[in-house]
Design a protein around this ligand. Structure first.
Ligand code: FES
Length: 163
């Protein structure tokens, strides 16, 4: 069975912890980026209440904080699942079947791109070129790149994780 401890459980808001993370980077050049990385590491995403703390500490508006956070796709707005699957949606992968593969994976997991399963096990994301176009279609599964991904190969991969 899958590991029961999910990132969703880890993600509970804790203002004291958030303050401790943010205050380490007060007054440092590039401190905001470091603080965002710190929050993402601590909570698995950037919790909304942390925008107020960041705005205070770095003397910026909440809109400016949001702008920086949104520019970098690695900073997540929601808790991520225990396993993160990314499917390439760019041209070369689309030409070799990534749309059908995406439909298959969505049906299998019962979620759409950009969503996380209710049990917190899987997050499904779109990416746009993983630099591996020669062996399209490509996915990453927990950060590991897999080329020439077919529906059968994906099912096999999922079975291994689910054992
Ligand atoms: S288009 Fe998918 S890896 Fe380049």
């Amino acid at each position: 069975m899958l590991n029961d401890k999910t990132h969703l459980e880890k993600a509970e808001w804790d203002e004291t912890e958030a303050r401790q993370v943010i205050e380490q980077f007060t007054g440092l050049k590039g401190g905001l980026m470091e603080a965002l990385h710190g929050l993402q590491h601590a909570f698995g995403f950037i919790p909304k209440p942390s925008y107020d703390l960041l705005a205070d500490v770095f003397n910026l508006s909440k809109a400016e904080i949001y702008g920086v956070k949104s520019f970098y796709h690695d900073f997540k707005s929601e808790p991520q699942g225990h396993h993160v699957i990314q499917i390439c949606q760019a041209e070369s992968c689309q030409a070799r079947g990534s749309r059908a593969l995406t439909r298959h994976v969505q049906e299998l997991l019962g979620i759409k791109l950009g969503q996380t399963t209710h049990d917190g096990h899987f997050t499904l994301e779109a990416v746009y070129c993983l630099g591996n176009c020669a062996v399209s279609p490509n996915i990453t599964f927990d950060g590991k790149l897999h080329g020439r991904m077919s529906e059968d190969n994906f099912d096999g991969l999922l079975k291994k994780v689910a054992l």
